[in-house]
Design a binder for this molecule. Structure first.
Ligand SMILES: Nc1nc2c(c(=O)[nH]1)N[C@H]1C(S)=C(S)[C@@H](COP(=O)(O)OP(=O)(O)OC[C@H]3O[C@@H](n4cnc5c(N)ncnc54)[C@H](O)[C@@H]3O)O[C@H]1N2
Ligand code: MOO
Length: 401
């Protein structure tokens, strides 16, 4: 049996970033990682522009109080000025409009009075050169990289890419994740339950965890406890996926066919059990072609935790992320805990905001089948093995979901 950290290290040793590809830029690439530097095609802003609605002036002309200037033209955003501002002159200007030659400062319209005869009085007592001027190239310079390979595409990155004229980018693709649920007792959500049956919650849950983890899920259905059927479905999953998730059937029962079928299909096992609760009977293996195969324990909370601790970090590496996670922090607990566990235990928990910062509240949970109890969780609270007596306020390790 492996420790969690050792099992994760083994998984990550087998996870390699996928071959980068060129993709069309839409919001669908959110969370993917750039595989090449992005270079500015032009200075940004491409011209020095006004940061305020007001008047473009020569700061030196405004040195004496209540200076009066002659307004020579109006420059809206999107139009170029046609006149340069000379001594004693100003141009009416709007936010985002190019600054006319000759002017070196903008005076906000609130600091002016419009006078008869096309004149303006400057009531700003201290007009400084360059005030409210956003100079050409301040944000980025033509030919210089604005984002380097490894950058995670967030909403601002999509804006920056548009700003430099990109409609495509070279990114690490999303890993294709095949998902199979196993067990004769399972039916899908649309079906009525007959005696002895339960609904398949792992399928939809793992599909959604895959999306949240940056993968591209392909749900392959339920494999009944029949060797040939299970083998055919797993073979299909291995052929089509970078990562294959098989939920259930990984334990020691007579109908737990998955380990033997995987062996027959050429999967070598690197992790067979992990010292953790829930989720001990977790399997990890690889094929010769490098498909990562996870056998996740069938109980939904066990499957969920196994995904977060091992599958999600692997997806991040395949997707080109530098830090695999899981993301961990230490937070004070909102209530005392006293329990004894034979393995390190991952308890569904919720982050709670407070006046002095965040804390973590363990959620009531009746065990590995209790997915409804886990549902509100946005964190897992980690309890070490053994007698755990934790006082309220103690800093504890927390895995962020
Ligand atoms: N003698 C032993 N029995 C068990 C052991 C053990 O070490 N020795 N380990 C236990 C632990 S821990 C777990 S977790 C389970 C894992 O077993 P499997 O991965 O083989 O899972 P199944 O037996 O197929 O299912 C377990 C449980 O979960 C329900 N299930 C399965 N798939 C789904 C699904 N897609 N959606 C909802 N619920 C699902 C299934 O009906 C069972 O109730 O083994 C213990 N036993
Ligand atoms: O570890 Mo099993 O995952 O307790 O239910």
């Amino acid at each position: 049996m492996r420790e969690v950290a050792d099992a994760l290290a083994i998984v990550l040793k087998h996870a390699k970033p996928l071959k980068p590809e060129v993709t069309t830029l839409t919001a669908d690439v959110l969370g993917q990682v750039l595989a090449a530097d992005v270079v500015a095609d032009a200075d940004s802003p491409p011209f020095s522009k006004s940061l305020r609605d007001g008047f473009a002036v020569r700061a030196a002309d405004c040195a004496s109080p209540n200076a009066e200037l002659r307004v020579i033209e109006e420059v809206p955003a999107g139009k170029m000025p046609t006149k340069s501002v000379g001594a004693g002159e100003a141009s009416r200007i709007f936010t985002g409009a190019p600054i006319p030659d000759g002017a070196d400062a903008i005076v906000m319209q609130e600091d002016t009075q419009t006078l008869e005869g096309g004149r303006v009085r400057i009531t700003d007592p201290d007009v400084k050169p360059r005030q409210y001027v956003y100079a050409r190239g301040t944000e980025m310079r033509a030919g210089e990289p604005v984002m380097t390979a490894g950058t995670v595409i967030n909403p601002a990155a999509l804006g920056v890419l548009a700003n430099v004229g990109q409609t495509v980018a070279t990114v690490f693709p999303r890993p294709r994740v095949g998902i199979i649920a196993t067990g004769d007792e399972l039916v899908e959500a649309g079906a009525e339950l007959s005696a002895g049956q339960i609904r398949n919650s792992n399928g939809p849950m793992l599909t959604a965890q895959t999306v949240r983890g940056g993968g591209f899920p392909q749900y392959l259905g339920i494999a009944k406890d029949d060797r040939a059927v299970t083998k055919a479905l797993i073979a299909k999953g291995l052929a089509e996926s970078h990562v294959l998730l098989i939920a259930g059937g990984v334990s020691v029962g007579d109908f737990d066919l998955v380990p033997n079928v995987l062996k027959e299909l050429g999967v070598s096992f690197h992790v067979q059990q992990v010292r953790m609760k829930p989720g001990k009977p977790l399997l990890f293996g690889t094929t010769e072609t490098g498909v990562l195969v996870f056998g996740l324990p069938g109980n939904p909370v066990s499957s969920f935790v196994g995904f977060e601790l091992f599958v999600r970090p692997a997806l991040r590496i395949l997707g080109g992320h530098e830090a695999p996670g899981p993301r961990k922090i230490r937070l004070p607990v909102t209530e005392g805990l006293a329990e004894s566990n034979d393995r390190p235990t991952y308890k569904p928990a919720q982050l709670v905001p407070g006046e002095t910062g965040w804390s973590v509240r363990p959620l009531p949970n009746s065990g590995a089948p209790d997915l409804a109890g886990l549902q509100p969780a946005d964190a897992l609270l980690v309890l070490p093995a053994g007698e755990a007596r934790v006082d309220r306020g103690t800093l504890m390790e927390v895995v962020l979901l």
